[in-house]
Design a protein around this ligand. Structure first.
Ligand SMILES: Cc1cc2nc3c(=O)[nH]c(=O)nc-3n(C[C@H](O)[C@H](O)[C@H](O)COP(=O)(O)OP(=O)(O)OC[C@H]3O[C@@H](n4cnc5c(N)ncnc54)[C@H](O)[C@@H]3O)c2cc1C
Length: 449
């Protein structure tokens, strides 16, 4: 369990099924006895009860972690069990010079991240994690085991791509792979004199991502160690030998007055890149995530930074504090990939892009600070949203994988998609087992916090 909110939960019972049939049997007994339960994948969701049932039953999918390479008419793919983590998948694919559009840390569950969409190192070319699923196997509320793909149960297939844990327990997935030798991975960190130029450059890259760039993410954080703010940038570029084309992107537009505090350039396989990100996010703390979306623009990026400076003042003295925001550009090419195989449920349209998803990350070590952290997160989200609305650059999308427990991500997908998600849920789970007996995580039709 990555977050203490989850680790402190004490389930009455933990079950580790070995295959889909055992998952189905477990669920049948749970439903027959109206027990409260949670499904545990990678265990990196931060909120209490999301995947670890306090006083209930945790169905831990850790034994469903098989990974097999298979051939499809369109090339290689991998078949994974429903409890596989991205670390296990990258570890398998890296030596084959293959990869998959998985998350940028290694510990998350493949399925857990797909159920919320899944931003990847490789989204610019391949779309989000959910867009790369070829098919799912799932256990439905009545314990039947079904397949879902573009051609078989297409509505369920669509709903599982972003619709959260409202439809079934996913016991397996077939996922696209692509040729991916180790990539250039660069990290740079500057003092605050670079703020404006780094955020300006971020906007330019969001509008015109150079072809050799696979991912760019900019982080603004409070450094407890230095007692000052710093801005940093992670860039993943195409594989060697193309570094000469990449360097201009790395350095362009940063004012000479800014001091670069740190810099790394590596050639890294996907697992190593993800493990670098893991180190930014140690486990064993209380955590809140928050997320909001704006249309990409330098002005709003600067205003968000000002809100952050302002709000951090009230919490920066908390023991064990780590606080940063990540600006994730979502480019038009990335959103164009979202129509693959019947599309996903997220409601993101290329004509609205490019967008920037602002992820807010917060951890602290003393439970007594929880209330002020909650207020911080509420204020950050509401101030960013109202500023963006005032400037006409707000976008309603809320990224399920990184949102605050009080946000309503599924309700942000647009009315048509919400109606379709409800229709799918009514057909696969008319008794609302996954809503009532599995209360953790974001539920369809929840009215408010
Ligand atoms: C350090 C860190 C970095 C991250 N980086 C990224 C990133 O780069 N991109 C991104 O998109 N997200 C990222 N995330 C967010 C992550 O994708 C989500 O928190 C995701 O929900 C975690 O899935 P999990 O299986 O690890 O977690 P869990 O807590 O096990 O599960 C999350 C939810 O999914 C459900 N679930 C999991 N597996 C199944 C299954 N097989 N069937 C049915 N329900 C299931 C659980 O019941 C729970 O409701 C990051 C998270 C952390 C902590």
């Amino acid at each position: 369990m990555w977050s203490l909110f989850q680790a402190l939960a004490v389930p009455k019972c933990r079950i580790t099924p070995r295959n889909s049939e055992e998952v189905a049997l477990t669920l049948a007994k749970i439903v027959a006895n109206s027990c409260r339960f949670a499904v545990l994948g990678g265990g990196t969701s931060p909120f209490a009860g999301v995947s670890h049932a306090d006083g209930g039953i945790t169905i831990d999918l850790e034994l469903l972690n098989s990974v097999n390479l298979i051939e499809t008419p369109n090339g290689n793919a991998v078949e994974v069990g429903g409890g596989t983590t991205w670390a296990e998948l990258y570890w398998f694919l890296d030596p084959l010079n293959l990869s998959a559009a998985g998350t940028r840390n290694s510990l998350t569950g493949v399925v857990g991240s797909i159920l919320g969409g899944g931003i990847s190192f490789f989204s610019q070319r391949h779309g989000w994690s959910c867009d790369n699923v070829i098919s799912f196997e799932a256990v439905l509320a009545n314990s039947t085991i079904v397949q879902a793909s573009e051609h078989t149960n297409p509505d369920l297939f669509w709903a599982l791509k972003g619709g959260g844990n409202n439809f079934g327990i996913v016991t397996g997935a077939i996922f696209e792979t692509f040729h991916q030798p180790p990539s250039w991975y660069t990290f740079q960190r500057w003092d605050m004199r670079a703020l404006e130029s780094v955020l300006h450059r971020l906007t330019q890259v969001a509008h015109h991502m150079p072809s050799e760039v696979q991912m760019l993410a900019t982080t603004l954080g409070w450094s407890v160690h230095l007692q000052e703010f710093a801005i940093s940038e992670r860039l993943v570029a195409t594989s060697p030998p193309y570094l000469p084309q990449t360097l201009p992107v790395r350095n362009a537009g940063i004012g000479a007055e800014a001091t670069r505090l740190e810099e790394y350039i590596y050639v890294k396989a996907t697992l190593e890149m993800a493990q670098k990100m893991d180190r930014m996010n140690a486990d064993g703390f209380f955590n809140y995530f928050g997320s909001t979306t704006v249309k990409s623009g330098a002005d709003i990026n600067m205003k968000i930074a000002s809100i952050f400076f302002d709000e951090v003042e009230g919490i920066k003295n908390a023991p064990g504090i780590q606080i940063y925001i990540v600006y994730n550009p979502i480019t038009v090419p990335a959103m164009q990939q979202m129509s693959k195989r019947g599309g996903n449920a997220l409601g993101l349209r290329p004509q609205d892009g490019p967008l920037t998803i602002i992820n807010i990350n917060l951890h602290w070590s003393e439970e007594g600070d929880t209330e002020r952290m909650r207020l911080f997160m509420r204020r950050m989200i509401s101030r960013i949203e109202s500023t963006a609305k005032k400037d006409g650059v707000h976008h309603p999308y809320i990224f399920l994988n990184h949102c605050f427990e009080e946000q309503l991500p599924l309700e942000s997908y647009g009315w048509e998609n919400i109606a379709r998600l409800h229709a799918v849920r009514d057909s696969v789970d008319p008794r609302r087992v996954f809503h009532t007996l599995q209360p953790g995580h974001h539920k369809l039709g929840r009215v408010g916090p």
